[in-house]
Design a protein around this ligand. Sequence first.
Ligand code: OSB
Ligand code: MG
Length: 377
Amino acid sequence: MLQIERIILREIALPLKEPFQISSGTTTDRRILLVELLSADGVEGWGECVAGEGPHYSPETVDTAWLALTRWIAPRVLGRPFGGPEEVQPALDVDFRGHNMAKAALEMAAWELTARSRGISLAALLGGVGGARREIPVGISVGIQESPAKLVEKARSCLAQGYRKIKMKIKPGKDVAFVRAVREALGPEAPLMADANNAYTLSDIASLRALDELGLMMIEQPLAWDDLRRHAELQKELRTPICLDESITGVERAEDAIALHSGRIVNIKPGRVGGFRQSLAIHDLCAAHGIPVWCGGMLESGVGRAHNVALASLPNFTLPGDLSPSSRYWERDVVDPEWTMDASGMVAVPIDRPGMGVEVDRERVEGLTVRKEILTP
Ligand code: OSB
Ligand code: MG
């Protein structure tokens, strides 16, 4: 049984160590929405909303998520008995369209709370600890750089740190020459990929064909954020697997993508798909169709990272996730212990600790809080 008696929303301001540029814009300071739940029997649960500062990745923003949580999500869950966290997402989707990231923040906190109240790890609750997945290979997402030489320098340093996959953000004009320079500098075996965040159309086929020659593990979401059909056309023209990110907003979209052959790999971000229930469904669907998945990131604090690490412990997460350690993003994270990566590019899944496996540094969070609201039935 799961009954939520109190929801505490906080927006914290967390500056990135360095600006992060993707094709649709640059982020320097994160506005992070944290969700804290308190159950009827006094157990806490934490979630993080991955919505951006502006509507540049998906239509949601921190402000729309705050509105959705206070006005429509909280009233649907507060004081209401659920059989378990898997019942939360269906309840939120009745007569309530979209706002996946806002819904996910609440839903994932409900899973976290459940794991704590059962005294098991979130990874174990999600079903991810079957044998060897106590560690997950980590990839890094490198923002758009000024010059090919700068990108080469970054990528080289990432490999030296142990990262198992290097994803380079690209956009027209900052693509082929940049990626080719890295390929030439790091050699044919370097695990490289590119992420365009929708910066291309089918008329850019020449650049996309040139990228196709560079031995990339995949090209992520080259075309429109909500497109599947054109990605299918493009995939026919490329040897490099297309990986879908933005377009996969739930398990039905994943079914569509598989039916249309829109890509060969799926990046699962639990926030984008409405939470863990949908993430698990997409994971299982892709596994049944031989489609590898990996866990994407949204520049989360240590709270969202904990959820991603737990999810990525599932068996079909066979490719390295965007799960960089805390120090790649922040001077200091908001959880204790902070997230680390070992020299061979692995992050440990904290399966011996209840819940998400890290504790929120409440004092630090209070100090960073710019807005707070307490919601009760
Ligand atoms: O497309 O994966 C993306 C960050 C913000 C918005 C979109 C994306 C990203 C990342 C960051 O690539 C990955 C990370 O959190 O390290
Ligand atoms: Mg992406």
